[in-house]
Design a protein around this ligand. Structure first.
Ligand SMILES: C[S@@+](CC[C@H](N)C(=O)[O-])C[C@H]1O[C@@H](n2cnc3c(N)ncnc32)[C@H](O)[C@@H]1O
Length: 343
C-alpha cells in the first residue's frame, strides 16, 4: 500500500544490517508497524514477531500479512463474490464520493460506482463475520484486500489529506479485491493495537526491537483516514467525521510522537520500557529530531555506550500534490539505521 515511511524497498538493507551485525534470527518487536512490511519480512526469515501500531488499519494489515497462517479454501471465490456485489449506498458513498447530491459529498475520493462497490464489499464482509461465515484469518485477509483495493482506486496523490479535483486514471479503474497469500512462519506472530511503549511492556523480553516512528508533525490518522474508516467499519456505530476532507473527529489514533518537543522523552521511555536486547532504529533526517540528539539518547540507553550507524542512499519519487497533473520529482535520500545493545 502507498504509505509514507513504508520500508518495503529498504527490506534488503534492514535484513543485511542485521546479518552483518551478527544478530541471529530470534524474536522481535516491530513497534511502529504501519504496513507491516518489516514484520512480514522478519516472519518470512524465521523470526517470532510481535508488531504494534496505534491505527486499526495497520492492525488489519498486521493480522493479514503477519499473523494469519493459512487461508480458507474459498478465499479467492469469497473475494470475487465481494468484489462483484452491486453497489450500495453506505458510509463511503455518502461521505467520500460525489454520488448523492449532498453538499458534503462533493469529496471526490472515489467515483460513485467504486464507492458503492467498496461499501457493498465492506458491509457484506462484516455480515459474514457476524454470521460466522469467515474465520478470523480470512476476515483480515479480505479486509486488508478491501483496504488495498480501495487505495488503488483512490483519487489522491498518495495520501488522503486531500483529493484531486479531476478524476485520475487510477480512480476510473474498477475496484477489485485481490487477497494476499498468508505466510506460514516457523514461529507464530502476534499483533497489538496499541502504543509502542505499552506494547513493549506487555511483550517483555525479545531479541530485537525495530523502531520506525513518525519523525514529523504529520498525523498518520489524518493522512490515512479513509483506510482507517474502512478498517474500523461503520455497521455498529458510524465514525464521526469533520471538515472539508472528512477527517476522523476523535483523538483515537493520534500520536504523541508527532509533537517535536516530546519525541526525545518518548524515545527514551520506549528504550527504557522495552525488554529487547538490541534496538534497530530507522531514522529520517527530515524530521524534528536532529541526528546528534538521536545518537546521544541512543548512546545513553546503550549498555556499552556504542551506537552503530549504517546508511544507504535510495532514489525516490515525490508526487507534487499541489498540481492537478501529478508531477513527480526524483531525488536521492539517505536512509539511516542505528543499532544499539540495550542489555
Ligand atoms: C514511519 S511509519 C512506519 C512504517 C512501517 N515501518 C512500514 O514499513 O510500513 C510510523 C507508524 O507509527 C505509527 N505510530 C505513531 N505513533 C505511534 C505510537 N505511539 N505507538 C505505535 N505506533 C505509532 C503510525 O500509525 C505509523 O503507522
Amino acid at each position: 500500500m502507498r504509505y509514507i515511511g513504508n520500508k518495503t524497498r529498504l527490506l534488503p538493507f534492514i535484513l543485511r544490517t542485521l546479518r552483518r551485525s551478527g544478530i541471529d534470527v530470534g524474536s522481535a518487536h516491530d513497534a511502529f508497524a504501519g504496513t507491516a512490511s518489516v514484520s512480514r519480512a522478519l516472519k518470512e526469515n524465521g523470526w517470532r514477531v510481535h508488531s504494534s501500531d496505534l491505527l486499526m488499519s495497520s492492525y488489519v494489515l498486521q493480522r493479514a500479512y503477519v499473523v494469519a497462517e493459512s487461508a480458507g479454501r474459498n478465499l479467492e471465490e469469497q473475494a470475487s463474490e465481494l468484489a462483484g456485489l452491486p453497489p450500495r449506498e453506505g458510509f463511503i458513498t455518502r461521505h467520500f464520493s460525489p454520488a448523492t447530491g449532498d453538499t458534503r459529498a462533493s469529496r471526490m475520493y472515489f467515483t460513485p460506482e467504486n464507492a458503492g462497490r467498496i461499501d457493498a464489499a465492506r458491509e457484506e464482509l462484516e455480515g459474514w463475520r457476524k454470521a460466522g461465515k469467515v474465520g478470523a484469518d480470512d476476515y483480515y485477509l479480505l479486509l486488508a484486500a478491501i483496504i488495498e483495493g480501495a487505495d488503488r482506486v483512490a483519487n489522491t496523490a498518495g495520501v488522503y489529506a486531500s483529493y484531486m479535483k479531476r478524476w485520475q486514471p487510477n480512480a476510473k479503474r474498477p475496484f477489485d479485491i485481490v487477497p494476499e497469500k498468508p505466510i506460514k512462519g516457523a514461529q507464530p506472530a502476534e499483533a497489538h493495537l496499541m502504543d509502542a511503549t505499552d506494547a513493549a511492556k506487555r511483550i517483555g523480553e525479545v531479541d530485537l526491537v525495530y523502531i520506525d516512528p513518525p519523525y514529523n508533525s504529520r498525523q498518520y490518522v489524518a493522512y490515512y483516514h479513509i483506510p482507517e474508516i474502512l478498517a474500523r467499519g461503520w455497521t455498529d456505530s458510524a465514525p464521526a467525521i469533520r471538515g472539508k476532507v472528512g477527517l476522523l473527529a476523535g483523538s483515537e489514533g493520534r500520536s504523541q510522537w508527532s509533537h517535536g518537543r516530546r519525541v526525545k522523552k518518548l524515545f527514551s521511555a520506549l528504550l527504557a520500557a522495552t525488554g529487547a536486547r538490541q534496538a534497530l532504529v530507522s531514522f529520517n533526517s527530515e524530521g524534528h529530531l536532529a541526528p546528534a540528539a538521536l545518537q546521544s539518547l541512543l548512546a545513553a540507553a546503550s549498555v556499552d555506550g556504542k551506537v552503530s550507524h549504517f546508511t544507504q542512499s535510495y532514489r525516490r519519487y515525490r508526487a507534487d500534490s499541489e498540481r492537478e497533473g501529478r508531477h513527480y520529482h526524483r531525488d536521492t535520500a539517505l536512509e539511516h539505521l542505528y543499532l544499539v545493545r540495550l542489555r
